[in-house]
Design a protein around this ligand. Structure first.
Ligand code: GAR
Length: 211
């Protein structure tokens, strides 16, 4: 089974969803390590409770992004992982780091990309007045939140939604979406080929585009 390293910065609810999916066999893989760039991340406690090995690589202790990424790469390398899974990891990477891990680096982003890259996606979706919002799992490339899209989950925006309720709906969708996408990756159903996805076995549309 494939080996996953999960990178977090905060709460860790996606980490929990991925760990649960590994435990029930939905993802044919296992989490071999959890790395946080913040020592106070609540997700570290989730990881420890699940019996996972954790490591903190605190970006504030490094004078440059490159030095931080060298330490991060060393931490990742010692687990010889197949996949580097960003789950609420809130640091952008240099093109060098992305190139070194190309095709093995995936992220979940709380919007229907290419809409609302970057931060505060729920607030901006409400401001824009969109009817549909959601989450996207994608390969990480040098362009921020711009890599090829693996799967998406859409949620309807209700008139009474505020930032918090919308975030909650999207997060619930994320917890179904990320395990599904990681299952395809670990089964070898798709690979990153240059700038696009190459599917070996295309999943049913209802799995690729969750509602
Ligand atoms: C999730 O909503 C994830 O999509 C988002 O952070 C949250 C992490 O929650 N990621 C980003 O915004 C990446 N730029 P979690 O720590 O409970 O999984």
């Amino acid at each position: 089974t494939d080996r996953l390293v999960v990178l977090i910065s905060g709460r860790g609810s996606n980490l929990q969803a991925i760990q649960d999916a590994c435990a029930r066999g939905q993802i044919p893989g296992r989490i071999v390590g959890v790395i946080s760039n913040r020592p106070e991340a609540a997700g570290l406690e989730i990881a420890r409770r699940a019996g996972l090995t954790t490591q903190v690589v605190d970006h504030r202790l490094f004078s440059s992004r490159e030095d931080f990424e060298i330490a991060l790469s060393e931490a990742i390398a010692k687990w010889s992982s197949d996949w580097i899974v960003l789950a609420g990891f809130m640091r952008a990477f240099t093109p060098g780091f992305v190139d070194r891990h190309r095709g093995r680096l995936v992220n979940i982003h709380p919007s229907l990309l290419p809409a609302f890259t970057g931060l505060h996606t729920h607030r901006r979706a409400l401001q824009a007045g969109v009817c549909w919002h959601g989450a996207t799992v994608h390969f990480v490339t040098a362009e921020l939140d711009g890599g090829p899209i693996i799967a998406q989950a859409a949620v309807p925006v209700a008139p009474e939604d505020d930032e918090a309720t919308l975030a909650g709906k999207v997060l619930a969708a994320e917890h179904r979406l990320y395990p599904q996408a990681l299952a395809w990756l670990c089964r070898g159903q798709l690979v990153l080929d240059g700038e696009s996805l190459r599917w070996r076995e295309f999943p049913p549309m209802r799995e690729r585009c969750l509602l």
